[in-house]
Design a protein around this ligand. Structure first.
Ligand code: F0G
Length: 355
């Protein structure tokens, strides 16, 4: 029987990935996410170009991490590992916990205490991961995870594990397949910098395979309170409302700087106010709800438009890395609204509507 249903990124892009027939594929049918054209948003920010959002929040655990995690957990299973471990600002941990459950493996996650969005915490607890909140930030959690990895007793599934990057590059393939070309500009948030490294690799590989005839310029954005690459030095105490990218010393720093240099790209920083303004605007103009970190590239795009950096008619993609429901606290606070409570009577409801 011919199977035509989508079966995940390893199955679809196997020829570009370090897998063999012997690799047990642990998949939740991740990938194949929509690429949505957002004209209302472009009009609202005064642009004159085509903007497409890759809505990675529609992956199985609601972030782009699932693309790398299907690879990391499949390869860990292939090697016979029993325990996977990661440090996380919340999305990697949610993804690791889900894929480990499916692989019948144990999962341990180290999170910065008190700095994890509610939905992400719910995910790792529900998928049954041993969830450890350290009294420190992500960078400190990753240091401990690296040390534990050296004992050989656990398999590290952070993006310092090279197969994570391999899986994540499939999003570039999908963008090119969906657009039938490469974009002119690729905007994305930068935290630990695995993703910018991965996307650039994906574009380069598709270029080498002659699937595309041009390469995009990579435009990355960090939060102003956590902008080590922009500032050129690690940040000891990173801080931002976009907790997913609250990282002071990115593991893939070199990958990011290479992508920026080779693509004639740009890395900038945006303030929390700019992030929250873009976060609200994309929800209100397009009905697309993303988590705050995913709004960083949109805030960056608003700046780029003001600077006149995006030529008329350009094709621009931006990665909406995580779903808005991951961080309901931030959404409720930022919305500026609260439900209007009225008696259960038609007249009272009409009064609120103004009819
Ligand atoms: N957007 C979201 C929603 C993220 O969760 C992350 C990273 C990024 C952007 C940045 O990607 O690290 O590859 O540069 N989250 C990691 C985590 C750190 O632990 O979930 P990056």
């Amino acid at each position: 029987m011919k199977i035509s249903r989508w079966q995940g990124v390893i199955n679809h892009y196997a020829e570009y990935l370090p897998v063999t027939d012997k690799t047990p594929v642990i998949s939740l049918c991740e990938g194949n996410t929509p690429l949505i054209r957002v004209k209302n948003f472009v009009d609202a920010i005064g642009g004159d170009f085509e903007l497409y959002l890759k809505y990675e929040g529609l992956n199985p655990t609601c972030s782009f991490k699932d693309r790398g995690m299907t690879m990391a957990v499949s390869k860990a299973k292939e090697r016979g590992a029993e325990v996977v471990i990661c440090a996380s600002t919340g999305n990697t941990s949610a993804s690791a916990a889900a894929y480990a459950a499916r692989a019948k493996m144990k999962c341990v996650v180290l999170l910065p205490n008190g700095k994890i969005a509610l939905g992400k915490m719910a995910q790792s607890l529900m998928y049954g991961a041993t969830t450890i909140a350290i009294e420190g930030n992500f960078d400190e959690a990753l240091r401990i995870v690296r040390e534990l990895g050296e004992t050989g007793k656990v398999e590290v599934v952070n993006s310092i594990n090279p197969v994570r990057i391999e899986g994540q590059k499939t999003a570039s393939f999908e963008i090119c397949d969906q657009l039938d070309r490469a974009p002119d500009f690729h905007f994305l948030p930068v935290g630990n910098a695995g993703n910018i490294t991965a996307y650039w690799r994906g574009y380069q590989e598709y270029f080498k395979s002659k699937k595309i005839d041009r390469l995009p310029r990579m435009f990355g954005f960090q939060a102003a309170g956590a902008a080590p690459i922009v500032d050129g030095a690690p940040v000891a105490n990173p801080n931002t409302v976009a907790t997913a990218i609250r990282i002071g010393n990115p593991a893939s720093w070199t990958g990011a700087t290479n992508a920026l240099k080779e693509s004639n790209g740009h890395i900038g920083k945006v303030t929390d106010d700019e992030i929250l303004a873009a976060y609200t605007l994309i929800a209100r103009t397009e009905g697309i709800f993303v988590e705050p970190a995913s709004a960083a590239p949109l805030a960056g795009l608003i700046r780029a438009v003001k600077q006149g950096w995006i030529p008329r008619g350009s094709v621009v993609t931006a990665i909406m890395t995580g779903h808005g429901l991951k961080d309901p606290d931030c959404a409720i606070q930022t919305s500026g609204f609260a439900p209007v409570v009225v008696p259960a009577e038609k007249a009272a409801v009409m009064k609120v509507i103004g009819i």
